[in-house]
Design a protein. Structure first.
Length: 447
């Protein structure tokens, strides 16, 4: 993201085109990224980049007055997910909770929210040549039409929110959402997943939160939207800031929700060391979870040879590819691998001993769950994105364009980095230079 004022002025002149639909343009595809690559290898065929849009301009065009000071931050974070929008080159994406970072104060890390008024949004984009254009944006709102912030929900469960410099405490907000996955429904509403609850969120076509489904026993009070405790209570053991990240809708209408990381069962150390993460199947018709599955990460050194910390493993995207099959993305911030998985009915563990927080050893503590009788989902590697030249880091969204082409989107964290040097002496962002990109990858064998 360019910090130059001239670029930002240009955006101000064209901001009226940001929110409504713009004129359609044909999807352009470039030639092979590397001409010397063999035809049997996955390869990048084109890349497009989101231009600079000041975050205050973006937010205030949707809900006037929500952002008084954007501290030089541009729109980013839309790489939390990507889903085809029905027209060639067009996709639904969703922002996460907004610009945030960590600063250590007196030896303790504090979570910062430099633009606390930011309202998470569903964003429709179009890839046109080497450019990503914003066609339409839908702000998330409460039942009474107030903005949904990205601030932490509960003092006893979530990180305390602070100002950009980590000096001033900010209020917790039970309406806050850290949105990640997005799926458009047939009736023009949307399904989202959130990391705080963790929760499944149903919103209207205009972004109003209709229902937020959370784990039994969460006891989220004070929210200005309906909260229903319909998810297994064992999810209350989710790692801080590692709730639901992946969301997909199967052809029959059921939703698949993926936890980002293993649960902290019975404690944080067990969760940090575990390679077993949970997927849920949710029926919108029944408004209930109908199945739960155990998914096993590959060793972290297999996913990312430069990493030796198992806690860096995450699921960031799940993609429905027909029947009960999914693509599941295993990643670190630097590498990612996509596996093909079938949701076998015989692998359902919902309501069993592994949903009891008192079970010892827990599912997360088992060194070899399959050997202990747990029906772990089988998987087959489709592509190692870490070996494909031109794929950015921190891929959080994956979409299936056709049987042999993927659209990937990265989370650029709004150009933010952690630490006290993320902002200059005037309180303005020192941009990381990482851009939001949509990258097309061709698979040699398809799916």
């Amino acid at each position: 993201m360019s910090p130059h004022a001239t670029g930002r002025r240009a955006v101000h002149r064209c901001v009226a085109a940001v929110v409504p639909l713009t004129v359609l343009a044909a999807l352009a595809t470039a030639g092979p990224a590397s001409a010397h690559r063999r035809s049997g290898e996955a390869r990048v065929i084109s890349t497009a980049t989101l231009g600079d849009i000041p975050l205050g301009t973006f937010s205030n065009a949707l809900l006037p007055g929500t952002v008084a000071e954007d501290r030089g931050v541009d729109l980013g974070g839309i790489g939390s997910d990507i889903h085809p929008a029905g027209r060639k080159g067009e996709y639904w994406t969703v922002t996460d909770r907004g610009p945030n970072g960590q600063i250590k104060v007196d030896g303790t890390k504090r979570r910062t929210f430099p633009v606390p008024g930011f309202d998470p949004a569903i964003v429709r984009i179009k890839v046109s040549g080497d450019t990503v254009k914003v066609l339409r944006s839908i702000p998330l709102t409460t039942s009474s039409g107030e903005p949904v912030t990205g601030l932490s929900n509960q003092a006893e469960r979530d990180e305390a929110p602070y100002s950009y410099d980590a000096r001033t405490p900010l209020p917790f907000d039970p309406n806050g959402l850290d949105t990640e996955g997005v799926v458009p429904a047939a009736d023009s509403s949307f399904w989202l997943v959130d990391e705080y609850g963790p929760s499944l969120v149903h919103v209207s076509a205009r972004g109003k939160v209709l229902t937020r489904y959370v784990p039994e026993g969460l006891n989220l009070t004070g929210a200005d939207h309906p909260v229903v405790e319909a998810l297994p209570g064992v999810l209350l053991h989710r790692k801080v800031n590692r709730g639901f990240e992946g969301l997909a809708q199967l052809p029959g209408g059921d939703l698949v929700l993926a936890m980002q990381s293993p649960l902290s069962l019975p404690d944080k150390d067990a969760g940090e060391a575990s390679r077993t993460v949970r997927l849920l199947r949710f029926s919108p018709k029944k408004k209930a979870v109908t199945a739960e599955y155990a998914y096993r990460f590959d060793p972290v050194t297999v996913v990312d040879p430069s990493e030796d910390d198992a806690s860096e493993l995450k699921i960031s995207s799940v993609v429905a590819v027909g029947g009960d099959r999914l693509l599941v993305e295993e990643r670190t911030d630097k590498a990612a691998r996509l596996h093909l998985v079938r949701l076998d009915r015989k692998a359902d563990i919902l309501g069993g001993r592994w949903d009891d927080g008192a079970t010892s050893p827990s599912l997360e503590q088992l060194a070899d769950p399959a050997a202990a009788g747990v029906p772990v989902l089988s998987k087959r590697l489709v592509v190692d994105l870490g070996t494909v030249a031109g794929v950015p880091g921190k891929i959080e969204g994956v979409a299936l364009v056709n049987r042999d082409t993927l659209a990937l989107i990265n989370d650029n964290d709004f150009g933010m980095t952690d630490g006290a040097d993320a902002f200059d002496a005037r309180g303005r962002l020192v941009d990381s230079g990482i851009e939001t990109k949509v990258t097309y990858v061709r698979l040699p064998k398809g799916l």
